[in-house]
Design a protein around this ligand. Sequence first.
Ligand code: HEC
Length: 108
Amino acid sequence: MKFHLLLMLTCAFTSLVTSYQPCFAGQQHVDPQTGLVIADGYKIVTAYCIGCHTAKTIREHRATLDGWKTIIRKMQKTGRWQFDSHTEKMVLDYLSENYPLNSLRVHD
Ligand code: HEC
């Protein structure tokens, strides 16, 4: 019990001094090249979404699933390509799960 308390305090303190890095942030794997969270759909996003701008544009954005849908539809128009519905769902799930609205911007 005491040990857990100590661990929590240490964690809270470390979070403070490292400016809002959440505790146990290491659980999420981030691609060292793009900084994008490695999860389902990440490869598609890497393949399609970092040709015109860097991954930072994506990492810095937060939106609901609908918000992301609006964005990727706009991107598809700009680039004149189209995801099939299965691929689009993978991309949307990835973005809305890893870069949801109101989340801390911990991946920047
Ligand atoms: C054909 C080029 C192109 C591709 C491919 C592309 N984008 Fe964009 N994206 C743009 C342009 C142009 C802008 C607006 C200006 C800027 O920020 O550079 C933009 C802006 C954004 C923004 C900032 C918010 C906004 O609405 O301006 C986000 C988020 C974004 N793109 C995500 C994505 C995602 C996710 C993908 C993959 C599905 C993607 N982009 C693929 C061209 C592209």
